[in-house]
Design a protein around this ligand. Structure first.
Ligand code: 5GP
Length: 199
């Protein structure tokens, strides 16, 4: 870690993208994965089941509770949290350390609890908060997604209110007007857009 902080070798960045539920963090990070191959998007472990189309090892590592416990005990997770009072999610430490060691930039798309843990354990990380254009738009996106029942939607909106109140804890704020623009702003903040052959 100390070596990474030496002057002249500080191109590698750990960047955390967080924000309220339904703001579009997942969509923005997927867009970044597909359009900015220089950014390594961390693949989290989760105890929830895959949704249709999700691929193990690409979207998440889908693990059971016993395996998640084992990962925690073995110190394999940089951070972990139970999200929406339901399933557990965590960031595998190994691939991130390897990427930073190689001078690559890494993006974590995680919840607020996880962002706070990363800030504690890696204070050099940059924290970005993704904001909806308006509260009404956030509500529309949450309802429009249609993947949760009414009671769950209500619970997530309550969570979103609390999460929005945390935006001042972050280093940067990006408003998600359109996915492509938000993705570009996030990548700009990672300073990885320049061609690799930099003078
Ligand atoms: P979903 O189940 O819809 O893919 O994700 C639910 C929530 O879990 C999102 O807010 C996402 O940011 C969060 N999440 C995904 N991976 C991680 C992780 O590794 N750690 C933490 N703390 N949250 C995560």
């Amino acid at each position: 870690m100390e070596r990474e902080n030496r002057a002249g070798r500080r191109r590698n960045q750990l960047v955390v993208l967080a924000g309220p539920t339904a703001v579009g963090k997942g969509t923005v990070s997927t867009y970044i994965r597909e359009n900015y191959p220089d950014v390594l998007l961390s693949v989290s472990a989760t105890t929830r089941a895959p949704r249709p189309g999700e691929v193990d090892g690409v979207n998440y590592y889908f693990v059971d509770d016993a395996e998640f416990d084992r990962m925690i005990e073995a110190g394999e997770l940089l951070e972990h949290a139970t999200v929406h009072n339901a399933y557990r999610y965590g960031t595998p430490r190994g691939p991130i350390e390897a990427a930073l060691e190689q001078g690559k930039s890494v993006l974590l798309e995680i919840d607020l609890q996880g962002a706070r843990q990363v800030r504690e354990s890696m204070p050099e990380a940059r924290l970005i908060f993704l904001l909806p254009p308006t509260w009404d738009e956030l509500v529309r996106r949450l309802i429009g997604r249609g993947t949760e029942e009414a009671a769950e939607q209500q619970r997530r909106l309550e969570t979103a209110k609390v999460e929005l109140a945390a935006q001042d804890e972050f280093d940067y704020r990006v408003v998600n007007h359109t996915v492509a623009d938000a993705a570009r702003e996030v990548v700009d903040l990672m300073k990885v857009r320049a061609a690799p052959s930099r003078p």
